[in-house]
Design a protein around this ligand. Sequence first.
Ligand code: PLP
Length: 392
Amino acid sequence: MNNYSFDKTTNRKGTNSVKHDLLNKLYGKDDLIPMWVADMDFDTPPFIFDAIAKRAKHPILGYTFRDESYNQAIIDWQNKRNKWQIDSAQISFTPGVVPGLLMAMDAVSDIGDEIIVQTPVYFPFFATIKDNGRKIVYNTLLEQDDCYTMDFENLKSIITPKTKAIIISNPHNPVGRVWSRRELSQLVNICYENGIKIISDEIHSDIVFSPNRHLPISSISEKAAEISFVFMAPSKTFNIAGLSTSFVIIQNAKLYKKYEKRLDAFHLWQGNIFGNVATQAAYSEQGEQWVDSMLEYVEGNIDFVVGFINNRIPKISIKKPEATYLLWLNMKEYSMSHKQLTAFFINDVGIAINHGRIFGKGGDGYIRLNVAASREVIENVMMKLEAAINSI
Ligand SMILES: Cc1ncc(COP(=O)(O)O)c(C=O)c1O
C-alpha cells in the first residue's frame, strides 16, 4: 500500500541545491527543468526529519561517533533487503562513496598502478583514479540492442602485473544493469586469479525493480568477500546526499585494517552527527515502507517514459533499466554530437541532462535522464521532448 505521496513538487530554488541552483553556472540558463545529477526531487521522508530534529534539540553538537545501534541498523537493513549477513567489525565509514573509493584504491595500490573501469560509467571514477596518480584502464561494456554485459575476454587481455583493482558500479550507473550472480562470479574468478581487488560502488543498490535482486558482490562467495570492498549509503535511497554519510563493508580483516588506516590518515572517520541519526532512522521499518512506495512510484515514471518514447518518439531507443532512476536514452539516430545534444536539450527542450560522452567510451550518442521527480514534471518533460523532436 502506498502510504507516501510523491506527487508533490517542492521548490528547491534558493536552497543551494546542486541540481537546481547551479543550472545557470553549468548550463548557462536558469529556467531549465533539471533532469541531470542523481538527486531526487522527492521530499526526504518525515521520519528522518524527526530523528534529526530530536538530535538538534540538544544544545551541543560536539564531536561524535557511531555506536553499536548505528551498525546494527546497517546490519539489519542488509539482512532484510539483500539477505546478506554482515557483522559490526566489517563496517567502516566514508563521508561520501567517491572519497571512499579513493581510500580503498589507496589501500590496495601505489602510484603508477593500473585501475580498471567499465565504461560508460559514473564519470567521477575517472578523476578519482587519475588525480590519485593511478592509471585508468578501460574495459568498455559490450552493448547489443541497448543491453549491456561485461566484456570478460577483453578484461583478461588488459590485465598486467600493475593492475591492482577494478572499480565496478552495481547497479550500473548509467546503463541500469543489476549484475547477475553469473556475471559477478565470472568477474570474481578473473580478479581472484590475478590478485585484483574489487572496489564495488553499490550506492544505487536499494533502487532495484522487481524481479531483479541486488547482490552485494561480497555476498556471492568467500572468494568474493576476500577481495572486495562494498560501498553503500542511504544518500541516494532517501535523498539525503547533503548529509555526507556513507559506509563500506569489508569482510577481509586485513583489507579492513588497510582501509581504516587511510580513513585515519585523512582524519575522516568522524562523520556528521545528523548523518548518523539519519542513517539509523532510514534503515528502519518505516524506511522499508518508504523505499517500497518510492520504488513503485519511480517504476511508474520509468514505465511512463519508456512507453511514451516507444509509442511517440520511436527514433529514440530506450530500455527499461533493472535499477536506478536514471534512464539511458540512445539518440544515435539523430546523429548529433554531444555538444549538439546538450544544446538541443537546453535550448529546444528546456531541460538539463547529462550527455553520454562524459561517461566515457561507449557513451557517445546517448543522454542520461533522471526521472526521480513528480509524474506531472515527467509528463511535462516528455511533451516538451516530443514537441522539440517534431520541430527538428
Ligand atoms: C554510481 C555513483 N557513485 C557515487 C555517487 C556519489 O556518491 P557520493 O556523493 O556519496 O560521493 C553517485 C552519485 O550520483 C553515483 O551515481
